[in-house]
Write a protein that binds this ligand. Sequence first.
Ligand SMILES: *Cc1c(COP(=O)(O)O)cnc(C)c1O
Length: 379
Amino acid sequence: MERIIKGFTLQKYVPLRRFGADVKHNPLLPMKIIRTTQSRLSQVDFANLGFGSGLADHAFYAEFADGSWDEGRIEPYGPLKQGLALHALHYGQAVFEGQKAYRQADGGIAIFRPLDNAKRLNRSGERMMIPALPERLFIDGLDALIAVDQEWVPRGANQSLYLRPFLFGSSEFITARPSEEYTFGIVTSPSGELYTKPVRVKVERHFTRATSGGVGFAKAAGNYGGAFLATREAVQQGYQQVLWTDHHNHDYFEEAGTMNVAFVVRETLITPALSDRILAGLTRDSILTLCREWGIAVEERPIAVAEIVDAAKAGELNEAFGMGTAAVVSPIEAFGMDDELHQVPVPEDGIAVRVRAALADIRYGRAEDRHGWMHRVAL
Ligand SMILES: *Cc1c(COP(=O)(O)O)cnc(C)c1O
């Protein structure tokens, strides 16, 4: 079957109607799998996993050329074959995703909301003029790669296999026009429990992460390179992270580093409304869903820096935290602005702690998956 997406003909892949926890999906399309003869697994210290400390043995690749994607292949992780005119290096047509696979209580493996990551990768790609990747190829690639490297999925508490799907222009020419060929890759990395220590953040009022009409909503590679300098300066000033503000006058909060941000003012959870400057995080969406179900008042709206400073001064700011795949929630213990440091409580029974525990129970298969968020990998 052929179908047309945004002017590109995509062959062979028929999107599945539904991915739920128990839905057996179609068998994999013939995919070439070359296994390594020199596994690095025995070198991994699973008792002391950092984040992104080492890559698993294999990688998934698929190539787009002449208007269609191939069926994909798995090979030992290794160097690319392209030369230095590799398009993405010059013009930044590169987008990525970040998600995790979790070892289940029964020994199986499940991925959290992978179809939503596939859709977001294509929203990012659309903005960067990268042809759509069939969702089926995204899911099958993840499934097959995780099955091959299943021993890399850690078994320890709060550990997981971090998954990094990415899509980039892979033609070799140096004229400033869109690439003709594209490569989809997936690499994975075992990851430990990420720092849950509360962080001190700087309200960033000079640098801007994203502008209206720009690419802030996309997980586009250059957004992150563009943020390193601001983060470095914040770290040099004694902070761990930046709280991004809007591009007009830096009066409204946008995100916390590479995470979405939420505040609890009195009993209400507030978070900036999505816009083309804000990445639509799946952690954010899942947390808002759980909070609404628990009867917590949730507001998605513009949040003035002054409003939060006033709430902090009045003792009404009860929590602040970042939300993202890597750390799930990252509590903020203080935010600095104009040489003033505002303390934020980090309650042990707060919303951040509750949602972290609830999400962990769903992800590790200890609680019922009522939302159909988990996708079980066929091993
Ligand atoms: C990836 C990302 C997030 C969080 O998204 P999740 O789907 O929750 O991991 C938030 N903000 C930015 C800028 C990001 O890149």
